[in-house]
Write a protein that binds this ligand. Sequence first.
Ligand SMILES: *Cc1c(COP(=O)(O)O)cnc(C)c1O
Length: 332
Amino acid sequence: MILDHFPRVSLAHLPTPLEPMERLSAALGGPRLLVKRDDCTGLATGGNKARKLEYLMADALARGADTVLTVGAVQSNHARQSAAAAARLGFGCHLLFEQRVTDAPDVYASSGNVFLDHLLGASVEVHPAGADMGAAMDAAAARLRRQGRRPYLIPGGGSNALGALGYVLAVEELLAQARVQGERIDHILVASGSSGTHVGLVTGLARAGVDIPVHGICVRFDAPTQVRRVYGHVEETADLLGLPAPPRQAVIAVDDYIGSGYGYPTPGMVEAVRLAARTEGLLLDPVYTGKAMHGLVELVSEGLFARNETVLFLHTGGAASLPAYEWAFAAD
Ligand SMILES: *Cc1c(COP(=O)(O)O)cnc(C)c1O
């Protein structure tokens, strides 16, 4: 099916800017670096989930839902943007959090995205690490139905085939923008979590017949696991669009920058967040883009990219969680 045929509500400020990072390029002594500013999608401080929610919320509307339910880590950016999308469209919003980061100071559970979730009117329930969040979602949905609500379940990170269409569309936007700005993009680097962003990029590039490697920097799962997860969703998304799936080799995952686990700070992340702030005035986040930037710094120093190549860093947002992670930067 043609992309235009999928219903979509407008939630994001598009197109997001495509900008050079000249001072960061110089600091790394590496390739030309560009940043695609999806931190500027505009939905309650922005981020990548806004693009996915344009398709997911259109589906929720089409199905006559009145409440969205979704799931994530306590400092989930996806939860915050879902709460904002719900508010914008007059839906209720209920969030289920899994306590994946267990030894953080109290501020982790109250500041940053959590503060914004409450401000945006969402209700919240918290489950311990390793809880069956699928079962918890089903139970919450059943409870809402008994109360006469019509819940719509959004998977973690908005990462199903429908959500990934947001990044299939983003590829069209990016390629058109690069053409107008006279940029040739040789590599794309992105944080790879629940996977929909990575999936949409890979599927969208294949659909456009453009061969640009997408380096997914893992933030949760090891590389073989993440390749399997991403590729499974690539197949579903290609199928939804009636396209052949690209080969499995199109999915690249790098798992050297996770540290002790999802949402746990690493020294390399702290340094990368500081570097982007001090060279480009760019605010990254501790969970996703900071680890992805750590990956970019290391991959440049390993010589993965030629000096005359151009690498696009997709800034997927997340700075809303910084206040909840101030302690991780305390040694500064
Ligand atoms: C969710 C998120 C990602 C990862 O995107 P996925 O589609 O879940 O892989 C990256 N960066 C930020 C800031 C996010 O909130």
